[in-house]
Design a protein around this ligand. Structure first.
Ligand code: FAD
Ligand code: FES
Length: 372
C-alpha cells in the first residue's frame, strides 16, 4: 500500500505539471496574438473582385468569416472534413501536416489549401468559387422542434434578417450553436429539407450524435421561440438537368435533402421516374413513411421502398428486409442508365457507390453529400 504522504506528493507534482502546461499553452496563444503582431494584412479575392484589410494572426477561414465571406466548414476548423478548401496563390505559407492527407497531387499543383489551417500572417491572394461570395449570414426564430424518431428532430426556422433565402433543393446551411457548458460556439452543416419555394423558412432534420457539440445543443438547449443564426446556402448536391431515371438512397437524417428534392420535383411538375430506397435498422428508426407513401399515390413517377436491416424476425413488418445496398442490388441489377442521389454517412455512401458501379453506373452519374 502506498503511504498517503507519497500519494499527496504525486498529486501535487501532477497538478504542478498540468498547471505549467496550461500556463505555457495560454502564453503561446497570447504570444501569437500580441507579441507576434502581424499588423494589417491584405486579402485579395479573385484577382481584385473583393479586397479586405484585416488584422493578421487568425486563420484564413475565420478571418474571411469575420468579413462575411463564408467558406463551408463541416468540422469547425479541426482540419478533418476538408470542406474548407480554397486556392491560395500567394502568401499561404507551407502546407501543414494536417492538410497533407486531404490534398491530392493535382490540388497541390493548383495551390489548393485548407483555409482553416492557413494563417493570415502577410498579404494573401486567394480564389474562391463565385457562388460562395453570395453566401449570407441569417438570423431566424425557431418555430418548432419536433421529434421524428427517438434520435432525430425536425427544426422549422422562420427567417428574420434577411427574411428570405434563395436556394436549390439539396443544398445545406451551417447552423451556429451557442456557448454552453464550456463549449464555444461551433458551426455545423445541415441539409435543408424545406421547399425552395418557401423562401421565408428553413427546415432541417438533425440526428443526435453522442457527445456531439452542436447536436447536444440542439437537443438539450435549443428551445422553440429562440433566435438562431446560420449561413448559407452551400453545396453542389442537387438534381441534374437530364431526364434520366433517378435512384435516391438515404437513411436517418440523410433523408433531409431527398425530402426537399422529391417535393420540389412534384411542385415543378417534373415527371422523371424516381425510386427512393430508405434504409433503417428497425421500425423505430422509420419516419415520414406515411408522407412518402402518400407521395407515391399522388404521382405516377415515384416509388418508395423502405427496408429494415435489424428488424426482429416475426415482427409485423411487411416491407423489405436486409442491408439497403442488397435491396438496391435486388431491385436495380442493371442501373447503367439511371442517376443516383445518395446522402448519409461516408460508410453508407461508399458501400452504395460500390453496388451502383457493379450495376453498371458510371461515377459521373452518382451525386452525394457525405455527412462527414
Ligand atoms: C454537407 C453536410 C450536410 C450535413 N447535413 C446533415 C443533416 O441534414 N442532418 C444531420 O443530422 N447531420 C448532417 N450533417 C452532419 C453535421 O454537420 C454534423 O457533423 C453532426 O451533426 C455532428 O455535429 P456535432 O457538433 O454534434 O458533433 P461534433 O462535436 O462535431 O462531434 C462529432 C463526433 O466527433 C467526436 N469529436 C468531437 N470533438 C472531437 C475532437 N476534438 N477530436 C476528435 N473527435 C471529436 C464526437 O464525440 C462525435 O462522435 C451534415 C454534414 C455535412 C458535411
Ligand atoms: S473546416 Fe474542416 S477541414 Fe477545415
Amino acid at each position: 500500500m502506498i503511504p498517503g504522504s507519497i500519494l499527496f506528493s504525486i498529486g501535487i507534482s501532477v497538478g504542478f505539471l498540468l498547471a505549467t502546461g496550461l500556463i505555457l499553452a495560454a502564453l503561446l496563444i497570447v504570444a501569437e496574438k500580441k507579441i507576434l503582431n502581424y499588423g494589417a494584412c491584405r486579402i485579395d479575392i479573385n484577382e481584385g473582385e473583393r479586397r479586405l484589410e484585416v488584422p493578421g494572426g487568425g486563420t484564413l477561414l475565420s478571418t474571411l468569416g469575420e468579413n462575411n465571406i463564408f467558406i463551408p466548414s463541416a468540422c469547425g476548423g479541426r482540419g478533418s472534413c476538408a470542406y474548407c478548401k480554397v486556392q491560395v496563390t500567394e502568401g499561404g505559407g507551407m502546407v501543414s501536416p494536417v492538410e497533407e492527407p486531404h490534398l491530392g497531387a493535382e490540388e497541390r499543383k493548383n495551390q489548393i489549401r485548407l483555409s482553416c489551417q492557413v494563417k493570415v500572417r502577410k498579404d494573401i491572394k486567394i480564389h474562391v468559387p463565385k457562388e460562395l461570395l453570395s453566401v449570407r449570414k441569417y438570423r431566424g426564430k425557431l418555430l418548432h422542434k419536433r421529434p421524428l424518431t427517438y434520435d432525430i428532430v425536425e427544426l422549422r426556422i422562420e427567417l428574420l434578417e434577411p427574411n428570405n433565402i434563395d436556394f436549390v433543393a439539396g443544398q445545406y446551411i451551417q447552423l451556429e450553436s451557442e456557448e454552453y457548458n464550456g463549449h464555444d460556439r461551433v458551426m455545423r452543416a445541415y441539409s435543408m429539407s424545406s421547399l425552395p419555394s418557401d423562401k421565408s423558412h428553413v427546415e432541417l432534420m438533425i440526428r443526435k450524435v453522442p457527445s456531439g457539440i452542436c447536436t447536444t445543443w440542439v437537443f438539450e438547449h435549443l428551445r422553440e421561440g429562440q433566435e438562431v443564426t446560420f449561413s448559407g446556402p452551400y453545396g453542389k448536391f442537387h438534381i441534374s438537368g437530364t431526364d434520366a431515371e433517378m435512384i435516391f438512397i438515404a437513411g436517418g437524417s440523410g433523408m433531409a435533402p431527398i425530402w426537399g428534392m422529391l417535393r420540389d420535383l412534384k411542385e415543378r411538375g417534373i415527371m422523371r421516374k424516381a425510386t427512393y430506397f430508405f434504409g433503417a435498422l428497425t421500425q423505430k428508426d422509420l419516419f415520414f413513411v406515411d408522407e412518402l407513401a402518400k407521395l407515391q399515390q399522388e404521382v405516377s413517377w415515384f416509388r418508395f421502398i423502405p427496408a429494415l436491416s435489424n428488424e426482429p424476425a416475426g415482427s409485423d413488418w411487411k416491407g423489405e428486409r436486409g442491408l439497403i445496398t442488397d435491396v438496391v442490388a435486388r431491385y436495380m441489377p442493371d442501373c447503367s442508365k439511371q442517376e443516383a442521389y445518395l446522402c448519409g454517412s461516408p460508410g453508407m455512401i461508399d458501400a452504395c457507390i460500390k453496388v451502383l458501379k457493379k450495376g453498371g453506373m458510371t461515377e459521373d452519374r452518382i451525386f452525394y453529400d457525405k455527412f462527414a
